[in-house]
Ligand binder design. Structure first.
Ligand SMILES: [Zn+2]
Length: 126
């Protein structure tokens, strides 16, 4: 498999996630999964395929999935994406645009990432 997160990647993902959880004082603990099986019960809106987005998250239980393609991108893209998903969990009522502005203000990224995918992420509700 060409795109895969290493054990080292998973370690810093988890370290960051713990930090974001504390910084944002999140009531729902974010849980990072690398297997899309966790989302198998969800129907995709507008026929969006998971590989067409950078991340996926279920707000109510804090489950986050990261697209392994991020492994080949600059690390700041993964940091921004993780923070972005944590914001969705922390502020379930905020719109995609608001979340994106908040995340990009804290962790600025080049415009390259957002233009590669037509849609940034998929957010599920129970
Ligand atoms: Zn989003």
């Amino acid at each position: 498999m060409k795109f895969k997160f290493s054990a080292n990647d998973r370690e810093w993902h988890q370290t960051l996630l713990n930090a974001f959880e504390n910084i944002l004082k999140m009531k729902i603990q974010p849980v990072l999964v690398y297997d899309r099986k966790h989302f198998s019960n969800y129907v995709y809106k507008n026929n969006i395929k998971p590989n067409e987005v950078w991340a996926e998250c279920i707000k109510e239980c804090g489950t986050i999935w990261l697209n392994p393609h991020l492994a080949s991108e600059p690390k700041v893209e993964t940091v921004n994406t993780l923070y972005h998903e944590c914001l969705h969990i922390k502020y379930p009522e905020k719109s995609e645009l608001e979340i994106r502005r908040l995340a990009d203000k804290t962790i600025p990224i080049a415009k390259s990432l957002t233009t590669k995918k037509t849609k940034f992420d998929i957010i599920h509700r129970h």
